[in-house]
Design a protein around this ligand. Structure first.
Ligand code: SIN
Length: 521
């Protein structure tokens, strides 16, 4: 059993920012990394993070862009908070304090800004096209060297420890649900109870439940599923964002091709080499919000009967050295034998970012006492029905920072739990070792069901079919989980199917198309 003031589960930008801030304020912090420290979805972010721009920008203009992309469903207080406090925090904390090596403007010496779709100012700080990796490296180094932070790597969340669920006192049933920490599986096979005054979920997203995604394999919705099992309020699950441009190579995993390419002037072409966006978005063309670009691409593919469209980078060649500015994109293309300087790159949309999540307030507090959530697992309401590009890293940073401050303040008034009143971890009795082929096949079923029935274009019939298929699978997976030794593959599978159910249920209940939830019927 481990005790700490603040338990932070997840070590991407949101988790590291929360851990660091809480530690700086004097709290003892336990930070959990699902793989090695530094391996996170954050490290995959290419384009950048909204930073402090020049006088052509303003908090009002940024707020307007976020709200327009969010299709009218953004929470105003969250938007105003991010627009007024976020860009300065990005500059001062990430650049000045942590030394993130943003590309600099040769004249001003300030971080250089780039453009992205649906932004009406150049306000994106970037480190070439590997911004997330640079931010993650700086944060990982900082948390690794902070004396108040203990790091447990190669460990994942099993379940939140809550009263009354895990209490030995039957009378606890009459009190509110309180989060006391979490059971964590270390991949050595040991389940560790981490008892904390405050727990921060920073477990990231769930893109892996879709057949085609820009997310890594660990994005299985662990925190969302655990919060759901603990009865936290979960909202906006129908709003799964798809990124318009992932590299399309049949049979291969999709790879993100950053939004900044279109921001800087790249065009979308159909298989006849024609620029088709004028038909769908005559005003904004390729720079319309992501949901609208994805739908236009889908319609164009349906019309032509082809499996992809193309991204033409040639308009950029006159103004920059493309290989230097976008080395990650070039590596991804070259690895598939594509030279983006000579030929348009085949692209399709892929599941990218979950705009729903565990409901939180402006300090990251969830509906459960003792539990905070930050980053992609949380829903602050900032993104509404569709997220503006490059706003997520900033949201992670700001809410990570703020939740830590609120959690540390709480710790002053909360005493450490009496662990004798909590039930210890109960392993499965007489476990049966699961067949890996069954786990793999269950994943195939989840991922293809979600892609086909809860993807970019939805109908009642598709969603109903998806819900009944996933519902059937859910019962089988729960039974499987209860009969087998706890393991990472099984935990992820169990979490993935819960997230799939949440998305299907929300999508079916909401017959109104909005942002990235689009109903054809
Ligand atoms: C991108 O570079 O296009 C991804 C960044 C984001 O999703 O905000």
């Amino acid at each position: 059993m481990i005790h700490c003031d603040v338990l932070v589960i997840g070590a991407g930008i949101a988790g590291c920012a929360a851990a660091l801030r809480a530690a700086e304020l004097g709290a003892s912090v336990l930070l959990i990394a699902k793989d090695r420290l530094g391996d996170s979805n954050t490290a995959y972010a290419q384009g950048g993070i909204i930073g402090l721009a020049d006088s052509t920008d303003s908090p009002e203009l940024l707020a307007k862009d976020i709200e327009t992309a969010g299709a009218g469903l953004c929470r105003k207080e969250a938007v105003d908070l991010l627009a007024t406090e976020g860009p300065r925090l990005c500059r001062d904390f990430l650049w000045k304090r942590l030394g993130v090596p943003f590309d600099l403007n040769a004249v001003t010496g300030e971080p250089e800004t780039t453009a992205e779709a649906a932004h009406h100012a150049r306000r994106i700080y970037h480190v070439k096209d590997a911004t997330g990796e640079a931010i993650q490296t700086a944060l990982s180094n900082k948390v690794a060297n902070h004396p108040n932070i203990q790091i447990l790597t190669a460990a994942c969340l099993v379940d939140l420890i809550t009263v009354p669920h895990h209490s030995t006192d039957p009378l606890a049933t009459y009190g509110p649900i309180q989060v006391k920490g979490a059971y964590l599986l270390h991949y050595s096979g040991e389940v560790v109870a981490a008892i904390a005054k405050r727990t921060v979920l920073a477990t990231g997203g769930l893109g892996y439940i879709y057949m085609h995604t820009t997310n890594p394999g660990g994005a299985t919705g662990d925190g969302l599923a655990a919060a759901y099992r603990a009865s936290a309020r979960i909202v906006n699950c129908e709003y799964m964002q798809f990124h318009p441009t992932s590299l399309f190579i049949p049979g291969r995993q999709r790879k993100l091709l950053t939004e900044a390419l279109r921001g800087e002037g790249a065009y979308l072409l159909n298989s006849d080499g024609c620029r088709f966006m004028a038909k769908f978005e005559p005003a904004e063309m390729e720079l319309a919000p992501r949901d609208r670009v994805c739908r236009a691409m889908f319609e164009e593919m349906a019309h032509s009967g082809k499996s992809c469209v193309y991204l033409d980078l040639s308009p950029l060649t006159a103004k920059m050295d493309l290989g230097k500015r976008f080395p990650t994109v070039f590596r991804a293309c070259n690895a598939e034998g594509i030279d983006p300087l000579r030929e348009p790159v085949p692209v399709v949309p892929a599941a990218h970012y979950f705009c729903g999540g565990v409901y939180v307030d402006l300090d990251g507090r969830t509906s459960l006492d003792g539990l905070f959530a930050v980053g992609e697992v949380a829903c602050t309401g900032l993104h509404g029905a569709n997220r503006l590009a490059s706003s997520s890293l900033l949201e992670c940073l700001l809410w990570g920072y703020r939740s830590a401050q609120a959690a540390v303040e709480d710790c002053k008034h909360v005493s450490m739990s009496d662990t004798s009143a909590l039930r210890p971890w109960q392993p499965v009795v007489n476990p049966v070792t699961p067949d890996p082929l069954l786990i793999e096949q269950d994943w195939n079923s989840i991922r293809s069901t979600m892609w086909n029935y809860a993807g970019i274009l939805r109908t009642k019939d598709r969603l109903q079919r998806g819900r009944s298929d996933i519902g059937y699978l859910y019962h089988r997976i729960e039974a499987f989980y209860k009969s087998a030794p706890v393991s990472r593959p099984l935990l992820e599978l169990r979490n993935g199917i819960i997230c799939a159910r949440l998305i299907l249920k929300a999508a079916l209940q909401n017959s109104r198309s909005c942002g990235c939830h689009f109903r054809l019927d």
